[in-house]
Ligand binder design. Structure first.
Ligand SMILES: Cc1ncc(COP(=O)(O)O)c(C=O)c1O
Length: 394
């Protein structure tokens, strides 16, 4: 018998069978009336999840490359100042990306597992008034910390700077409020909290950001990443339903449309609450197993949980979960590589059934490896958790 594998990693996340069926529908072209309608309707739904009326597009690129589009368009001169907030692997990647574009990157760092250092951010912005933009990872997938976007946005807007947000592992699982917070550029994701398929990312861009790009004295040093081209084609080629300079993975967009509509049908508020409640239940269950969660309770992410395991058994736990149960969890990233394990509870799998399956398997593995006492019994705790999550039981 072939074991059903389940992706408990923080992306790509498990995809529902009915979403996969969308891929079996006849392929449509990336222009013409059918595409025009699908593309526009998908962008409309994507906008609601961003919480914006601004320009939203779908880019057929990985998330980090979508983020790089902001750098191509913003960075004009070598040595321009940009603030990058970093407290994990993906924050560090953003720093590296900005450096590779010739930016003078002012890092606002905090320890991995801790939230943003707001005081340092304000101090850095006040000492460097010529800063062009601030970059933030909303949900640091490497540490399981949900960064304080609201407070960062307040500090950035108060000083009238642009704000670029990597919302790759929060989009569809945590409220973003793009317009209300005054975000200027945000990258969402299809195959994490949306439980869609890899291949496109929704990207929201403010009017302010577009105006900033239009004010450039030199042209953007890229053919593909030139934002003004996208804006122009979305108007000029609108009549032939071809809003992009390139072809598009139309079937993947159709699958994204399907999951995005489902997210709206569920109700965004309820969806965000579901993610937060499931994450809290994971932390409760993991603590009952004697494990420590990396971030403090108030900083913990609603979409990915990072917990500490002894270095010598890190790989063994992961492989036992995968080989014996078919459950794939992630190891740590960067300097946390052998110290932590990460579980994604995103979209479809942010659900009590998936939680109980994984925690029960983990209990068995930990007992087998002698990490917890064989007599340990967390069934009462799990029963309480299930009772608390009854509203999400399907
Ligand atoms: C917060 C965050 N940023 C960026 C990325 C990179 O995404 P991609 O591999 O699609 O470039 C990831 C991937 O897990 C992520 O979680």
């Amino acid at each position: 018998m072939v074991m059903k594998k389940i992706l408990y990693i923080p992306g790509p996340s498990e995809v529902e069978p009915e979403t996969l069926l969308e891929l079996s529908k006849p392929v449509i072209a990336h222009y013409g009336p059918d595409w025009h309608q699908l593309y526009n309707e998908t962008c409309e739904v994507a906008k609601k999840i961003f919480g914006t009326e601004a320009y939203v597009t779908l880019l057929p690129l990985p998330g980090s490359v979508c983020l790089e589009m902001s750098a191509f368009n913003l960075i004009e001169d070598y040595g321009e100042k940009f603030v990058a907030i970093t407290n994990g692997f993906f924050g560090d990647n953003m720093v590296e990306m900005l450096l590779s574009h010739g930016a003078n990157v002012l890092k606002v760092e905090s320890e991995w597992g801790k939230n943003v250092n707001l005081e340092k951010l304000e101090e850095t912005l006040d000492e460097n008034p010529e800063t062009k933009a601030v970059y933030l990872v909303h949900n640091e997938t490497s540490t399981g910390v949900l960064n304080n976007l609201k407070k960062v946005a307040e500090a950035v807007k108060k000083r009238d700077k642009l704000l670029v947000v990597d919302a790759i592992s929060s989009y569809g699982g945590v409220e973003l409020n793009f317009d209300q917070l005054g975000i200027d550029f945000a990258v969402g994701y299809a195959s994490k909290c949306m439980s869609g398929l890899n291949g496109i990312c929704p990207v929201a861009i403010s009017k302010r950001f577009i105006e900033e790009v239009r004010r450039r004295k030199t042209s953007v040093k890229s053919y593909y990443f030139n934002l003004t081209k996208y804006i122009r084609l979305s108007q000029e080629w609108a009549s032939i339903g071809h809003p992009h300079p390139t072809s598009m993975p139309t079937s993947v967009v159709r699958a994204f449309y399907h999951v995005a509509k489902k997210a709206l049908e569920e109700g965004l508020e309820r969806r965000y609450r579901r993610h937060a409640d499931i994450a809290k239940a994971y932390r409760q269950a993991l603590r009952a197993l004697g494990l420590n969660i990396l971030p403090k309770e108030e900083d913990a992410s609603p979409t990915v949980t990072t917990f500490i395991v002894p270095e010598n058994v890190n790989g063994k736990i992961r492989s036992a979960l995968y080989n014996d149960f078919g459950y794939m969890v992630s190891g740590g990233l960067g300097k946390l590589e052998n110290m932590t394990l990460r579980v994604g509870h995103m979209g479809y799998t942010a659900n009590p059934e998936f939680l109980i399956k994984l925690v029960t398997a983990l209990e068995t593995v930990l007992k087998r490896l002698g990490i917890v006492d064989k007599r340990m019994d967390i069934s009462d705790e799990l029963a309480k958790i299930q009772e608390n999550l009854r509203q999400y039981t399907t």
